[in-house]
Design a protein around this ligand. Structure first.
Ligand SMILES: CC(=O)[C@@H](O)[C@H](O)COP(=O)(O)O
Ligand SMILES: NCC(=O)COP(=O)(O)O
Length: 243
């Protein structure tokens, strides 16, 4: 079974747009769980453009499914995560000014850094996933750094999938995803995936990469919910993940 973790960043974007508390992020998270989400993901960025550090603190006692905190392991981020102790922490290499996540870790170049960070998080009992491009050459070093899981960065997949209707599919790119997934599971790394997954492209990815433990989806899901309603949308995404 592949779990759906709903990333609620963009609900916080809407809330912050007017400075009040609408939508109420805490209620959104609880409703997402009530509607069938298997987890809640947040990505508190340094500028707090959407999810604020206080949101993460307030969410902790309310989330009853899996709580996944994503982010770059700065001191402030690490202090927050170690205080909250979520079920999972997903490390991303995003610079502070990144408009969104747009690449995975170079696990070879940052091996020592990642080993230290992951060791600290795992000593606190937190499962660690690291954001990775579809690149087999970086998988072994993710394992030696101590990660429990990798999260396949699916931005390029989503972009290629959207083009496929009008252009020949880039099968090498998709083979890279399949080969990276295979290499990860072969050495005991569990597999997550995320970024720009949607109702259009999720089923194809899931069918061809069946080892998926979890997908974290936010932007497209929130956009779909505007038209289809949040409960209906979560159910539609869950249906795309059924085996
Ligand atoms: C790591 C990842 O792919 C997501 O956390 C994504 O970066 C969401 O971040 P934004 O909602 O700020 O785009
Ligand atoms: N890790 C991916 C995530 O949490 C959500 O990414 P997106 O669906 O907002 O692109």
């Amino acid at each position: 079974m592949t779990k759906l973790s709903v990333n609620i960043n963009k609900f916080a974007t809407l809330r912050n747009a007017r400075g009040g508390n609408m939508p109420d992020i805490l209620k959104v998270a609880q409703d997402c769980e009530r509607f069938g989400a298997d987890g809640i993901t947040v990505h508190p960025r340094p500028d707090e453009r959407h999810i604020r550090y206080q949101d993460v603190i307030d969410l902790k006692p309310l989330v009853t499914t899996e709580f996944n905190i994503e982010g770059y392991p700065s001191k402030g981020f690490m202090d927050l995560v170690l205080a909250i102790k979520p079920d999972q922490c997903t490390l991303v290499p995003d610079p502070p000014d990144a408009i969104t996540s747009n690449t995975g870790w170079d696990t070879i170049q940052y091996q020592s850094f990642l080993k230290d960070v992951i060791g600290t998080l795992k000593a606190a009992g937190i499962r660690v996933s690291i954001f990775l491009n579809a690149d087999v050459s970086k998988v072994e070093a993710a394992k030696t750094a101590g990660a429990d899981r990798i999260e396949l960065y699916t931005g390029p997949y989503a972009e290629e999938y959207a083009k496929a209707r009008t252009q020949p599919q880039n099968f090498q790119l998709f083979n890279d995803y399949k080969n990276t997934a295979k290499a990860a599971t072969a050495i005991g790394l569990d597999l997550n995936a995320g970024h720009d997954l949607s109702l259009e492209n999720l089923r194809f990815f899931k069918l061809h990469i069946p080892q998926l433990k979890e997908v974290s989806i936010g932007h497209a899901l929130v956009c779909d919910a505007i038209y289809l309603g949040l409960e209906n949308t979560i159910q539609l995404y869950k249906r795309e993940l059924t085996d």
